[in-house]
Ligand binder design. Structure first.
Ligand SMILES: C[S@@+](CC[C@H](N)C(=O)[O-])C[C@H]1O[C@@H](n2cnc3c(N)ncnc32)[C@H](O)[C@@H]1O
Length: 362
């Protein structure tokens, strides 16, 4: 094809200018900048890769007592000094660590929560979000586009949560990581909603129970039920807290089969895992199990309109790659509730990325 035939309409040249008013040189320059931008973006996956590597080998724990050279850190973490330096150098570009004049690296403010055992440690969450069970399906998003189905099953041979029920390593990484991801958001969410003073709160798919703990702590007249798979309940955190002793019980079960009865059903980061029909089944079980005057609280991101960045837009692609679910708008939630015999009554924002989407019997 001749060069002038190989042009799109926007590229067409009339009187030395392209149709959009720019000279050919300006247009070429813009394309060069576009290429540089796209290439930088395509390399963006290497930052979470570096973050993961640092979290894996425990870099932050070895920086807790002050700055260290890559050689000192490598000796402490049993890693290769030159490669560790390269990882630190990339992390420093985003303020996770800083480097001083003697080439010693220190934890910056943004890196503090990478330490183990500090309040709101994000180390397990970082490892969960960058685990191969998340990472590999995300690399196969093209499959989701061409086949319209999740990539996880194609790669791992079974649905997401079935895999976790069978594979101890994966289950541990996911549930411990999930609890770590939830930890900083549980107290603000519990504080954002006016719970009834008495009755039973059921945390449906409550994982290790961090949210239920915060709700019971703030509301001494409430009882709680932590509902999840047995192997997940085994890792619960509630037993370690005297102030909720005798006010909660674990209950093992499948929320697609039934849900324990209660006055408030919490579903935190649950509906986004499942497609609409699955959500309707689950919500209809909640509706049936709801005592008179009760409410269902979906605690999930509500995707805002417009194209401003929002964590839900990224997590939505994780749901696409690994599960059958998706992040939803307020209108999507209203429709799901209506199909399950419920009515969306309010959406209450919280200081976290999640909102409380409240539903009552229709
Ligand atoms: C994304 S995690 C959310 C955990 C917790 N609500 C939180 O926000 O940290 C989903 C939870 O649903 C549980 N789950 C998945 N399928 C389930 C089922 N069929 N019955 C009961 N629990 C289930 C998982 O074990 C997991 O704890």
């Amino acid at each position: 094809m001749r060069q002038d035939e190989d042009r799109t309409a926007g590229d067409r040249v009339e009187d030395g200018r392209t149709v959009d008013g720019r000279t050919e040189a300006e247009r070429e320059d813009a394309l060069r900048r576009s290429a540089a931008f796209l290439i930088d973006e395509a390399l963006g996956f290497l930052f979470p890769a570096a973050l993961r590597a640092a979290a894996d080998v425990g870099v932050a724990d070895h920086l807790a007592d002050g700055p260290r050279t890559p050689a000192e850190l490598a000796a402490a973490t049993g890693t290769d000094a030159r490669n560790l330096h390269r990882v630190l150098r990339l992390l420093a570009t985003r303020g996770v660590v800083t480097e001083d004049g003697q080439g010693r690296f220190a934890l910056a403010e943004a890196g503090q929560a990478l330490r183990t055992g500090v309040p709101y440690s994000a180390r397990a969450a970082v490892r969960m979000l960058t685990d191969i069970t998340m990472w590999r399906p995300a690399g196969e998003l093209t499959h989701c586009l061409t086949e319209g189905t999740t990539a996880f099953e194609n790669l791992f041979g079974m649905p997401f949560f079935d895999h976790f029920a069978k594979d101890e390593r994966t289950a541990d990484v996911f549930h411990v990581g999930m609890a770590a991801m939830s930890d900083p958001e549980n107290a603000p969410i519990a504080a954002a909603y006016a719970f009834p003073s008495t009755g039973t709160v059921v945390d449906v798919g409550g994982g290790h129970g961090g949210l239920l703990l915060e709700v019971l702590r703030r509301n001494p007249g409430l009882q709680g039920v932590l509902y999840d798979h047995g192997h997940v309940l085994a890792g619960h955190v509630l037993g370690a807290h005297e102030e909720v002793a005798g006010r909660w019980s674990p209950e093992e079960g499948d929320f697609f089969a039934s849900v324990p009865s209660g006055d408030v059903h919490l579903l935190k980061r649950i509906t986004h895992d499942w497609d609409d029909d699955e959500c309707v089944t689950l919500l209809a079980h909640c509706r049936r199990a709801l005592r008179p005057g009760g409410r269902v609280l979906v605690l999930d991101a509500v995707v805002p309109s417009g194209n401003a960045p929002h964590q839900a837009k990224a997590l939505d692609l994780m749901m696409m790659a690994s599960l059958t679910g998706r992040e939803r708008t307020e209108a999507d939630f209203a429709e799901l509730f209506a199909r399950a015999g419920l009515r969306l009554s309010r959406v209450i924002p919280t200081p976290t990325v999640l909102s409380v989407v409240e539903a009552v019997a229709a």
